[in-house]
Design a protein around this ligand. Structure first.
Ligand SMILES: [Cu+2]
Ligand SMILES: [Zn+2]
Length: 190
C-alpha cells in the first residue's frame, strides 16, 4: 500500500514539472526580413493566457494581433502560419456577435518610436492540454499585422499584411527533453 502511494506521489511530481515547463513560454518575434524585433511572453493564468508583447520597429499606430494556427513563420508574408486559431468554429472579431476566434486579441498601438510594450489576455485559451490549447499539434504562432483589426470583418478583420511572426512552441529552452535525434533535425532543414 505504501509503495502504491509513493508511485502516485512521484507521478504527481513528474506531471507538475512538465506543466511548469509549459509556462511561461518565450516567443521571439521576427519581421519579414527575419530580424528579431522583440519578444512575447505567454503565461498560464486562471481563465486564459497572459500575453506580454514587447517589440520595436513597427509603423506607429494600431496593429491587429492574433494567434494563428501553425507554428511556422516563413518570411516574408508569413502565410505559412495559416488562419486564426479557431477550435470552436466561431466567426472572426471581438465585436462580432458570433465571435470571436480563440486567437483574436485587441489591437496593439505602436508609439511614434515604433515600440509596443503591452500586456494582453487571450481569454479561454490554455498552454496545457485541451481543446483550447495553444500547444496542440506542435504549437501555434503569434502574428502582428500591418493595419488595425476592425473587429468584425471576415475572415480576419481586414488587418492587411502580416508584418511580424513568432512561433509559440516548446523550444529547446522551454523543453529540455525535446528530441535530439539527428535524422529529425536533418528533415527540418530540408
Ligand atoms: Cu492575424
Ligand atoms: Zn480572428
Amino acid at each position: 500500500m505504501k509503495k502504491v502511494f509513493l508511485v502516485m506521489v512521484s507521478v504527481f511530481f513528474l506531471v507538475s514539472c512538465q506543466e511548469q515547463e509549459r509556462s511561461p513560454i518565450e516567443v521571439d518575434m521576427y519581421n519579414s526580413d527575419d530580424d528579431v524585433i522583440g519578444t512575447a511572453t505567454l503565461t498560464e493564468q486562471s481563465g486564459g493566457v497572459k500575453v506580454q508583447v514587447s517589440v520595436e520597429g513597427l509603423e506607429p499606430g494600431l496593429h491587429g494581433i492574433h494567434v494563428h494556427e501553425f507554428p511556422k513563420c516563413d518570411s516574408p508574408d508569413f502565410k505559412s502560419a495559416g488562419s486564426h486559431l479557431n477550435p470552436q468554429g466561431k466567426q472572426h472579431g471581438l465585436m462580432h456577435p458570433e465571435g470571436a476566434h480563440l486567437g483574436d486579441l485587441p489591437n496593439i498601438e505602436a508609439g511614434e518610436d515604433g515600440t509596443v510594450d503591452i500586456e494582453l489576455t487571450l481569454s479561454e485559451a490554455t498552454l496545457m492540454e485541451g481543446k483550447n490549447s495553444l500547444m496542440k499539434n506542435e504549437g501555434t504562432s503569434l502574428i502582428i499585422h500591418e493595419k488595425q483589426d476592425d473587429g468584425v470583418s471576415q475572415p480576419a478583420g481586414d488587418a492587411g499584411a502580416r508584418v511580424a511572426c513568432g512561433k509559440i512552441t516548446l523550444s529547446e529552452s522551454n523543453n529540455p527533453d525535446s528530441p535530439t535525434d539527428p535524422t529529425e533535425s536533418n528533415e527540418e532543414e530540408e
